[in-house]
Design a protein around this ligand. Structure first.
Ligand code: ZN
Length: 384
């Protein structure tokens, strides 16, 4: 059995629905210690299970290279989304059927972490410093995950020069897509207050619905931008309208809606929030924005060329360098060093019967080994 397959099975067999703690981290720690890593684990969050403040575990592992050498980091998460119903086999019992390894986390992203571990075995200690930045809170609120890890690394003076996040970025086949950036995301709750009354006596009431409709029409008509060299145009979607008025003869007292904006690096969460607040207020309403991530872009250069080259060397073709898709922990890591994301095929992630093609496991480990060795050899002062 391939080493990566064996490690992936061990990680999948430790259930870790977000937020993850405990056994799955024990497994990873047991894999890293024999490779010479110093492993630090810590918990954050003191709330009830099921709340945003539920305890989360994080792991930072480092193997120091020679004095003054470069520092390359692998980043990822050991938590998984809930399995849901109807699996052909137990989602937490790794099961091989044909060429596929089934299990929750098989692609998102325990197998990628297994491939990182295998990859490191191939990188001599003299090549430089390598670390693992692994959270148990990526699929959840992400309040106490990678952000807490960055605080820890900052305090320890252990900020990497370059980082690769192992999210499943491939589309049809391993290596057809890598991510050099991601859009940002902000969700905004809109409310218009009115005065409840009888529909036959509208002069005694104040209907909030026409105001909300006018507000949404203006927001929906906004053209935020036309895209950039690397990003598609920013997009605003109306995701909910809620009045909840069951009476046919009552003007309601309140109308609410929600919008979600995915935006490129021409904007920030704050600049968009300000624009929406101004439009909401113009129509007599209020807006409450919650920014879930700022966009990031690692401009094409030495680092992206290195990752693309490693992929091409193992798969025979160069990947598309994309900025599409949802947010990931790269939204936090971008603040400390250049980040690129590359991992397995994402067709079954978050789905029933999540599965990875077994030949992809060893290929991914080989790609990761090339990336780690290449990144440690890059001269970061002029690289990236
Ligand atoms: Zn993931």
């Amino acid at each position: 059995m391939s080493k990566t397959l064996e490690l992936a099975k061990r990680l999948i067999a430790a259930p870790s629905v977000t937020p993850a703690t405990g056994a799955v981290f024990d497994e990873l720690e047991a894999m890293l210690i024999p490779l010479g890593f110093a492993v630090h684990r810590f918990r954050r969050g003191e709330g009830e299970e099921g709340s945003d403040e539920a305890p989360v575990e994080n792991l930072f592992a480092i193997r120091m290279g020679p004095e003054g050498s470069s520092h390359f980091a692998f980043a990822g998460h050991l938590d998984v989304v809930p399995p849901g119903e109807g699996w052909a086999s137990d989602p937490f019992e790794p099961t091989v059927r044909g060429e596929l390894l089934h299990g929750r986390g098989a692609v998102d992203m325990k197998s990628a972490i297994a491939a990182m571990v295998t990859a490191v075995e191939d990188v001599p200690r003299e090549a430089g410093t390598i670390s693992f930045i692994i959270t148990g809170d990526e699929e959840g609120p992400a309040l106490h995950g990678t952000r807490a890890l960055i605080d820890y690394m900052t305090a320890e003076g252990a900020i990497p020069d370059l980082c690769l996040v192992g999210e499943p970025t491939s589309f049809h086949r391993l290596g057809d897509m890598m991510k050099i950036g991601r859009r940002g995301s902000v969700n905004i709750w809109l409310t218009v207050e009115g005065t409840q009354g009888h529909v036959a006596y509208p002069h005694l009431a104040d209907n909030p619905i026409p105001k909300l409709v006018a507000m949404l029409a203006e927001l929906d008509a906004l053209m935020l931008d036309t895209g950039t060299d690397w990003f598609q145009p920013s997009n605003l979607e109306i995701t909910d309208i809620e009045v909840g008025n069951r009476a046919h003869n009552v003007i309601p007292a309140q109308a609410k809606a929600r919008i979600s904006i995915r935006f490129n690096d021409l904007h920030s969460g704050a600049s968009l929030s300000e624009r929406v607040v101004a439009i909401a207020e113009k129509h007599g309403g209020t807006a409450l924005p919650i920014i879930s991530g700022e966009p990031f872009l690692t401009e094409p250069g030495a680092f992206s060329a290195l990752v693309a080259g490693a992929i091409e060397a193992e798969t025979g073709s160069a990947p598309e360098q994309s900025t599409t898709g949802g947010t990931s922990d790269a939204r936090f890591l971008r603040a400390v060093c250049p980040v690129i994301e590359f991992g397995l095929c994402n067709a079954t992630m978050h789905k029933r019967d999540e599965a990875v093609a077994i030949p992809d496991l060893d290929a991914l480990a080989r790609i990761y080994a090339r990336v780690a060795k290449g990144a440690l050899a890059l001269d970061m002062k002029q690289g990236a």
